[in-house]
Design a protein around this ligand. Structure first.
Ligand SMILES: *[C@@H]1O[C@H](CO)[C@@H](O)[C@H](O)[C@H]1NC(C)=O
Ligand SMILES: CC(=O)N[C@H]1CO[C@H](CO)[C@@H](O)[C@@H]1O
Length: 371
């Protein structure tokens, strides 16, 4: 049971009234406290309700059961406009400045390896964060990231453990400064229960293999950045941004200087043939810079879209005070109709769309490594 007195005390101190769980739900235990909007004081739900009442209805949520940081809880209850002043301010370039260097690396990118990696990821019955196959998939990904990173001995790869079995994975390419440029995606998938078939090809295996290919290209190219570059694969996103919440909470405690985090979630379905830059729960200055970089390296100006509260892992960086942006395959209204279902299969992936995101990712990492 997670109805802890600490949360109640915190709620009182924040003058937030959390919804009391019903007796029945308390008895069933393993209740989680989730928030679906700034104004939502919190709702106690079962794991099944997370999927049935929210994910399946495309309602985003953040699992705040374990969050104790009052700054973070406060930001999660304020609008973007109210939070803007408390997100670390970074001055970004107004144009791209390293095109030749980036294009040289981009020319080495392909979808050959991503296809084989995504085959393996989607062959796990599910990557649900509470399933044993979800943990096995994370272990396979950890070993694969280590193998890809071994092309450059400077790169380190580690796992971040959570209150659930599935870890997150972080690869670090050290620069000459400790300032961080981060790209990330989540490695888990869901269709509800921890045992139901959930290939999660697009949501969000596609984002995971997109950033892994970018790592391969930079590792094999012997790329030496000024800023330190990190690649993050988060566990437990579908449970309410659980893995990224832990990672950014640790980075906040450790006073890490994150100059930019770009989240990519789904990258393999795009009828319009253009990437979409999302504008809610992100940093507006970083988002403008991402548009400039995406226009250069994908060949067209991105569309704009919004996906609401708790939509994906950029919200965790944002609520911890770090500048975040979100680049997705398509505008929200036209996004992949198969996600969170057993139809989100390998065969439905559009590889030209994945390659577009890989080019953007490599271009962004090279450009931002000089900020
Ligand atoms: C979830 O949906 C069921 C069925 O509509 C409803 O009975 C239940 O109260 C809902 N739970 C929450 C936490 O909203
Ligand atoms: C919005 C997006 O691209 N993300 C997908 C991956 O997971 C999140 C959380 O479930 C969903 O919003 C989308 O399915």
């Amino acid at each position: 049971m997670h109805f802890s007195t600490a949360v109640v005390a915190l709620a009182a101190s924040l003058q937030i009234t959390y919804a009391a769980p019903s007796e029945k739900l308390v008895r069933e235990s393993s209740l989680r406290l989730i928030k679906t909007s700034e104004d939502d004081p919190g709702q106690w739900v079962t794991e099944e309700e997370k999927y049935e009442n929210f994910t399946a209805k495309k309602i985003g949520f953040i699992d705040i059961t374990e969050i104790r940081d009052v700054d973070v809880l406060s930001r999660l209850s304020k609008t973007d406009a109210e939070n803007a002043a408390s997100i670390q301010a970074v001055t970004y370039p107004s144009k791209v400045e390293h095109v030749d260097e980036a294009e040289g690396l981009i020319s080495k990118a392909s979808s050959t390896n991503p296809q084989s990696w995504l085959r393996t990821l989607t062959n796990y019955n599910t990557r649900h964060y509470q399933s044993s196959t979800g943990t096995q998939a994370a272990t396979w990904l950890f070993n694969t990231v280590k193998s890809v990173a071994s092309a450059n001995s400077a790169i380190t790869v580690r796992q971040v453990t959570h209150s659930f079995n599935q870890p997150s994975i972080i690869a670090t390419l050290p620069g000459t400064t400790d300032d961080l440029i981060i790209v990330g995606a989540h490695l888990d998938s869901t269709t509800g229960s921890s045992s139901s078939r959930s290939p999660g090809a697009d949501d969000n295996g596609s984002g995971s293999v997109t950033i892994l290919e970018a790592l391969r290209v930079l590792a094999e190219g012997g790329y030496k950045p000024k800023n330190t570059i990190e690649f993050h694969w988060y566990g437990g996103e579908e449970g309410g941004l659980l893995g990224s919440k832990d990672v950014y909470s640790q980075y906040k405690t450790q006073n890490k200087n994150v100059l930019a985090f770009v989240n990519q979630d789904m990258t393999g379905y795009s009828p319009s043939g253009k990437v979409a830059v999302y504008t809610d729960y992100v940093d507006s200055a970083l988002t403008s810079y991402v548009r400039v970089v995406a226009t250069q390296y994908t060949g067209s100006a991105p569309s704009s879209s919004k996906c609401g509260y708790g939509c994906s892992d950029h919200a965790s960086a944002n609520s911890n005070g770090f500048p975040a942006a979100f680049v997705n395959e398509e505008v929200f209204e036209n996004s992949n109709p198969n996600i969170h279902t057993s139809r989100d299969t390998y065969d439905s992936i559009q590889w030209d769309s994945v390659l577009r995101h890989i080019k953007f990712t490599v271009g962004f990492l090279v450009e931002a490594s000089y900020i």
